[in-house]
Design a protein around this ligand. Structure first.
Ligand code: SF4
Length: 671
């Protein structure tokens, strides 16, 4: 969340000019030379000059509802790439969502932005006024909506406020000078972006518009082009190269555009529709310039003092997901529910040296230490070394990252030492049979180990989801989940997440294997879009039929238990000094374990000698055989009763023949 803004010294950092062109793009730069000459001519004629309105030949727009307190990484990356390769073309990254957030009130904006159906409703009503009544009913029927605006702020008020803020923000740009407007469409930005495009195109029919982003992948992008004549181009996949080609062609007067296809771009001309396999990607991420967030930070500086805040800076280490690979015959592996990687072909990561230098550059330039890695998940290799190097910079960063549950404890320690405050971990389930169906490649005991590790003082805090109602889950999965829930009380609660079917996720490509009979756009889109429009669209959130009532029934008890887990965890952490719920102090010959319990006195356990050593050895989950090999003087018939007793007291967890100690060091991070 934003904190009160106080920047006594002001921002005196001179923006670095890193516009040296990369030889890799030498060929395209020949074409871009035309564009540079055209824009330089406009400069000379005084057509492009500073005025009260923001002026640029290319305006990149991010519509509501991304998090308002950080710049758009899509806009920042694209602007930096265009400036590096087409330095004569002025580009503006217009963060329209920040203008709307400021106008609506940050808290109100955040509440809407966290619920994508509510977010889509607001601009849905502005885009299709004929749908207003149905959308308003939908807004209020949403279980959350009634508690959102308790002081008489109704849907009509929200729509009017958003509409006014949107138009004020649009008017801050000199659209007459804009040749190409680019829009990034990710989750929650569909109706807002379509509204902006429709409005701009009505006022400026000759303005060329291009959309891209995760909601434009595959058939989704093609369907947007078919359904909305205001869209001229759709970029499929990564945006940098297609947008640079398009920008060069349009700014230089359109003459080349009709003759050549633009890789990675769909156009209205059916002869130039290119299949998805023609995504145009930058081969190595180190070749990308550092994202340019200057326009966002300038916008923050223009806010009234009481509304300014310290933004978080987004950054990326990689694109794609190393866990999700394509087989030689084109079959996609990876998590069954995930469609996060439709935009990328394969997996690429920056080198550690580049990551560290980019991190330092962004922090210094924007005088901020709060950075979020936007990767779907961090790279598999070299993380310990990377975060050790970040820690060695001596800067007290506040970092966020997404990781897999198999991330080892020493890596988490290095991440904690580098200032990683929170990690989003792909836990998803507490049943190994369900994890297999989800194709997570993890087990329950691995999930518990990372949940336990993240309770250790000094290590990152864990956030994660517990997927409910997954198609094909059954009573066995639920029983396993309930059995595991009896052991998780000391750890940060997972957020229950009802399964939704994502377009082109592995499960949607192979629905029968999961008992799904029929699928199509999610029924809620029917509230937002008129039927004749919707029937031509393929959209991100899909709906399906198949055992939905059964799923709701079997997961009900789990939902109740997770609710109780959250209440108890909050209760036990009400006092800031309360410390971990299950922790130990090491006396070297013995350890003392403290077990805090809701509404009851603490329990204390002492383990001495070999018992202590076994408990510490099982800080990483171990098989029975491994424990026996580590302690050769022990016999199985003396070891097993001890382990069973520890499991009975909820001090250890076991799965099959593997055992995990659940208490964390009370004071010390892992060494
Ligand atoms: S959920 Fe995460 S780990 Fe799984 S396929 Fe998607 S991005 Fe990869």
């Amino acid at each position: 969340m934003q904190s009160a803004y106080s920047d006594a010294a002001g921002d005196s950092f001179a923006a670095s000019d890193s516009r040296q062109r990369d030889p890799r793009y030498a060929a395209t730069n020949v074409r871009y030379a035309f564009a540079r000459r055209a824009v330089t001519a406009l400069h000379r004629k005084g057509v492009l000059k500073l005025g009260t309105k923001q002026q640029a030949a290319i305006v990149l727009v991010s519509a509501p509802w991304p998090l308002f307190n950080r710049p758009s990484i899509q806009l920042g990356s694209l602007k930096a790439f265009l400036q590096k390769n087409l330095p004569a073309i002025p580009v503006l990254a217009h963060h329209l969502y920040l203008d709307v957030a400021e106008s609506l009130g940050y808290d109100r904006y955040r509440k809407i932005s966290e619920r994508s159906w509510l977010a889509e409703s607001v601009y849905g009503a502005l885009l299709f006024p004929e749908q207003y009544d149905s959308i308003e009913k939908f807004w209020w029927r949403s279980s959350f909506a009634s508690s959102l605006f308790p002081h008489g702020r109704d849907f009509q008020w929200v729509c009017r406020a958003v509409e006014t803020a949107t138009h004020r923000s649009l008017e801050s740009v000199d659209w007459d000078l804009c040749r190409l407007a680019g829009f990034s469409i990710c989750l929650g930005q569909l109706t807002s972006t379509l509204y902006l495009i429709r409005h701009l195109k009505r006022a400026l029919p000759h303005l060329k518009t291009v959309v891209g982003g995760s909601s434009c992948a595959g058939k989704m992008g093609q369907s947007l082009l078919n359904a909305f004549p205001e869209i001229d181009f759709v970029v499929q996949g990564e945006g940098e190269l297609p947008l640079a080609h398009l920008a060069a062609s349009l700014v230089q007067g359109d003459s080349n555009l009709d003759k050549s296809s633009i890789p990675g771009t769909l156009t209205r001309d059916p002869t130039r529709l290119l299949p998805n396999s023609n995504m145009a990607q930058v081969p190595a991420l180190d070749d990308l310039p550092i994202p340019d967030y200057d326009d966002y930070f300038a916008l923050v500086r223009r806010l009234p003092p009481e509304k300014r805040f310290f933004p978080k800076i987004p950054m990326e280490i990689s694109r794609g997901c190393w866990w999700s690979k394509k087989s030689p015959v084109g079959e996609q592996s990876g998590c069954a529910f995930c469609n996060l990687n439709l935009q990328w072909d394969g997996y690429r990561a920056k080198t550690p040296a580049r990551v560290v230098s980019e991190l330092k550059t962004l922090a210094t330039k924007h005088q901020s230490l709060a950075l979020s890695f936007m990767d779907n998940l961090l790279p598999a290799k070299g993380l310990k070394e990377l975060f050790t190097e970040i820690a060695a910079s001596g800067r007290q960063f506040q970092l966020f990252a997404e990781i897999r549950a198999t991330t080892p404890s020493p890596v988490l320690s290095a991440m904690g030492a580098a200032g990683t405050e929170t990690v989003q971990v792909g836990v998803e389930a507490l049943s190994t049979s369900l994890l297999k169906k989800l194709k997570k490649g993890t087990t329950t005991i691995q999930n518990l180990q990372i949940m336990r590790d993240c309770e250790t003082p000094g290590l990152p805090n864990l956030t994660g989801n517990l997927i409910l109602h997954f198609p094909s889950s059954d009573e066995r999965d639920v029983a396993e989940t309930l059995a595991t829930l009896a052991f998780v009380a000391p750890f940060r609660p997972l957020k229950p997440a009802t399964f939704w079917l994502g377009y082109e996720s592995p499960i949607s490509r192979n629905p029968r294997a999961y008992g799904i009979r029929k699928r199509g756009n999610h029924a809620f889109y029917g509230r937002l879009f008129p039927i004749p429009v919707l029937k031509n669209l393929t959209l991100m959130m899909q709906d399906y039929s198949g055992q939905k009532r059964y799923q709701r029934q079997i997961w009900k008890k789990v939902e109740e238990e997770v609710h109780r887990w959250q209440e108890n965890y909050d209760d036990l952490h009400r006092s800031p000094e309360s410390g971990p719920i299950l922790s130990y102090l090491d006396g070297k010959e013995f350890i003392i374990i403290r077990q805090r319990r809701p509404g009851q006195d603490d329990m204390t356990h002492r383990l001495s000698g070999t018992s202590r050593e076994i408990y510490l050895f099982c800080q990483t989950h171990r098989s029975l055989r491994a424990v026996l090999e580590q302690f050769p003087r022990l016999q199985e018939d003396t070891l097993l009763p001890f382990l069973k007793m520890m499991v009975g007291k909820r001090l250890m967890f076991n799965e099959g023949n593997r055992y995990l100690s659940l208490a964390v060091p009370a004071r010390y991070p892992f060494s």
